[in-house]
Every structure is written in C-alpha cells, then in structure tokens.
Design a protein around this ligand. Structure first.
Ligand code: 5GP
Length: 198
C-alpha cells in the first residue's frame, strides 16, 4: 500500500529496541481516511473467504479492525487485555506477552461472540514476534472456529512473527513489510527508503 508506506516514511519515528512509533496516524492520533483504505485493502485481499467475524486486540487494532468489519458488514470483536482473572466458563482466555510493554496480559473474549461456524479474520496494527496474533488464533481455536488469516497493517519482517504464522499454516497479508529499522532507518522488504534519524 503506497500511501501507508509514504506515511511511515514521513511520520514514523524509530525508537530504541526496534520499535516504530506511528502515533500520528495509527497509535494515538488516527487518520480515518487511511484507516478506511486499510480496511478496503484487507477486504480486497480476503474477498473470496466468506469471513463472518473480524477479531482484533485492544486498543490499536480496533481502528483497522472496525474499518475492515464495516466494509465486510460483519461484527468486530476486540479482545480485552486484563492483568489477571479468576477463571470463568463464559470467557475465553489466553496469555500474551507484549513486546512493547514487556508484560504478560491475559487476553479475553466473551465466549458468546464466537461459535464453531465462524470464519474469522484476525487484524492487528503490528506483527513483531507473533505473540498477539498467535494468542488471538488460540482463542478462535478454543471454540473450534476457523482462522481464515491475518491482516497486518505494519509487519516487522526482521522479527519472527510472520514465519511463525506461516509455519502454522496461516495466511498472512501485511500492508507494509519492514526489513530493518537499524540505525533509525526504515528499510522496506522490497524497496529501500529512509526515515531521517531523529
Ligand atoms: P507481537 O505480539 O507480534 O510481538 O507484537 C505485536 C503487538 O505489539 C502489536 O499489537 C503492537 O501493539 C505491538 N508492537 C510490536 N512492535 C511494535 C512497534 O514497533 N511499534 C508499535 N507501535 N507497536 C508495536
């Protein structure tokens, strides 16, 4: 997606620890027109899949997830992150380690929103080590529903998440793929460009 790539170049900020800050259009302030385009692009890529639900994780997955769900006219479910829970039958729970926050959360979805017949598209803002994505897939599998694939806004291809999901047999569609953030420079997988060191 060229417009998304341009935004990353213009507004992305490379932080230490290989973290890309995109809080001017994804993670804090959001660009609604770009989000709408992102939703449309995911729908185009998964057009033939008869998706019945979109699943994401709060909070930054909600905007691209909702735009995708709107385009598909299916519900969006966002998994909640909670510190610790007393076990309950009516919720699906998986542990997910957060790369950026360096903490483990229990990620939960109410059982009533997923059924074995569901064909689920999982959306997230970033794919890094694949912890969030795998946790969401495990939640879908707990009810015997099908994971149709993953729609990722920004993939950090130098981290193992993509390969992990591909090896598990999942389809991964990433709108922007970053090969490296070394020395504060954004290098895309198939092209090279720079974000000035800031
Ligand atoms: P993973 O679970 O694949 O290791 O990391 C994905 C999650 O961590 C995403 O939900 C995203 O919120 C966060 N994340 C990972 N890397 C980055 C990054 O470079 N920038 C930002 N803004 N979030 C990231």
């Amino acid at each position: 997606m060229i417009r998304l790539r341009e935004k990353v170049l213009q507004e992305g900020l490379v932080l230490s620890g290989n973290v890309l800050k995109v809080d001017s259009f994804v993670n804090h302030q959001m660009d609604p027109v770009l989000m709408q385009e992102i939703g449309r692009e995911f729908v185009k890529r998964f057009a033939s899949e008869r998706i019945t639900k979109v699943l994401t994780i709060e909070s930054s997955g909600i905007a691209p997830g909702l735009m995708t769900a709107l385009e598909l006219k299916v519900p969006l479910i966002f998994a909640r992150k909670q510190k610790s829970l007393t076990l309950r039958d009516d919720i699906l729970v998986e542990k997910v380690y957060s790369y950026t926050k360096r903490e483990t959360n229990e990620v939960t979805v109410s059982r009533k929103f997923l059924s074995p017949e569901d064909r689920v598209l999982i959306i997230d803002d970033f794919l890094a080590n694949g912890e969030a994505a795998s946790g969401l897939a495990r939640i879908v599998k707990q009810v015997g529903a099908e994971v149709i694939g993953f729609g990722i806004v920004i993939e950090k291809s130098f981290q193992p998440g993509r390969d992990l999901l591909l090896e598990a047999g999942y389809r991964v569609e990433s709108l922007v793929r970053i090969a490296s953030l070394a020395d504060g420079v954004v290098t895309f997988v198939d092209e090279t460009a720079e974000v000035g060191k800031r």
